[in-house]
Write a protein of this length. Structure first.
Lengths: 181, 199
């Protein structure tokens, strides 16, 4: 374990603020023979996400000033998964040289997560991407539009039940002919 | 199954003009207009993927597209008459490609270079156009993934052969021949999804 992954202080701070054992840090990966990886994540329900995130950014023991990445997961047909969608936040503390992952799980219908753009400005386009590809709505986002596909695309292509060849979105373009060009 | 609706092309009054002058005009056009023109192609490189690298190699000294008079690549469609679509075209990119084609000066030709531009290639997904010819005219398809520079040069030579015939009316168009031209009446690309899957 090195300083980048040592999050015992973060764990202590979370216990002190939100009650012992409420947010347990778990290993992000498990290697062969049950060896736990040293990178940690914490699972937070959507209702408390903003409070926890703001605490993780501002508390002097945490100080996760930077949101490295924000991604979505569709757990459809995933073994032993109980929730459908996951939104993952990758946090980095430049002060303490630490990393932490935060997972927020939501379900159909109307999967919605509060937006963290008020905490990290850079979440703007990342949340738009997750919204575009997974259909997870980010409440309080200043400008929640599609970012990869075009306006009026209508589907969420990275969902597991979306067919690879699409639902016919590509069929209705105007055709340029020799005469019209 | 969509039945292809083929119908013989009906001749109009203008088509039936049979003079020797006609043949002379064709000869002059071929020798004086098209012959210089085919050695002065100005490509518009629309390079979006690895085919673009081969296109650059074709333009460089070893393969030297200048031997065919097509070395002046311009990045403004207003100065080009040969579009080389090199690489996969995303659905979102298709209107851009169409706009660039429309901005090019007449007469203009299009090479669809490589498997992706011609058919979507391995990218058979919702995001990639399955062949640019669905939405715009294409003159020459160059196979390969990516095509070697020799193959692209062969494509340019094919364009040159097309240019040589440009504006030359065939014997059928002049009123000779069998007076039968089979022309497909199905409009490609405007079909709805159900039809395309069952085709």
């Amino acid at each position: 374990m090195n300083s980048t992954t040592d999050v015992t202080q973060v764990s202590a701070a979370l216990d002190e603020r939100f009650g012992a054992g409420k947010y347990r840090l778990e290993s992000l990966v498990t290697y062969a023979r049950g060896v736990a990886g040293d990178q940690k994540y914490v699972r937070v329900p959507p209702a408390e996400l903003l409070e926890v995130m703001r605490f993780l950014r501002d508390d002097p023991r945490c100080l996760f000033e930077q949101l490295c990445d924000l991604t979505g997961v569709d757990y459809l047909k995933f073994p032993k998964a109980r929730d459908r969608y996951g939104v993952n936040y990758s946090l980095l503390s430049l002060t303490h040289n630490r990393r932490l992952w935060v997972k927020c799980l939501v379900n159909d219908p109307d999967p919605a997560v509060p937006s963290v753009t008020g905490i990290w400005q850079g979440a703007d386009w990342l949340e738009r991407e997750v919204y575009d590809l997974f259909g997870v709505r980010f409440e309080g986002h200043p400008d929640l539009r599609r970012i990869m596909t075009w306006e009026g695309f209508g589907s969420y292509p990275l969902r597991k039940d979306y067919p690879l060849r699409g639902k016919g979105e590509r069929e209705n373009y105007p055709v340029v002919t020799r005469e019209s060009a | 199954m969509v039945k292809a609706d083929y119908a013989p092309h009906t001749m109009t009054g203008d088509d039936v003009a049979l003079t020797r002058l006609d043949a002379i005009v064709d000869f002059v056009r071929k020798q004086a207009v098209n012959w210089p023109r085919k050695f002065s192609l100005w490509p518009m490189p629309f390079a979006t993927a690895c085919c673009g690298i081969e296109l650059m190699a074709t333009g460089a000294s070893r393969y030297d597209i200048a031997r065919f008079g097509a070395e002046a690549m311009r990045f403004s469609p207003r100065q080009c008459d040969l579009m080389i679509v090199a690489g996969r075209v995303a659905i979102k990119m298709m209107p851009v490609l169409q706009r660039i084609y429309q901005q090019m000066t007449e007469p203009k030709w299009v090479i669809s270079m490589g498997a992706c531009a011609s058919s979507g290639g391995v990218f058979d997904t919702y995001a990639v156009v399955q062949g640019v010819d669905q939405f715009m005219p294409v003159d020459v398809y160059v196979p390969g993934c990516p095509p070697r520079p020799e193959t692209l040069l062969e494509g340019v030579m094919a364009i040159q052969r097309i240019v040589e015939q440009d504006g030359i009316r065939t014997s059928v168009q002049r009123g000779r021949g069998l007076r039968m031209v089979v022309q497909p009446k199905v409009q490609i690309g405007t079909t709805i999804r159900e039809e395309t899957t069952t085709r």
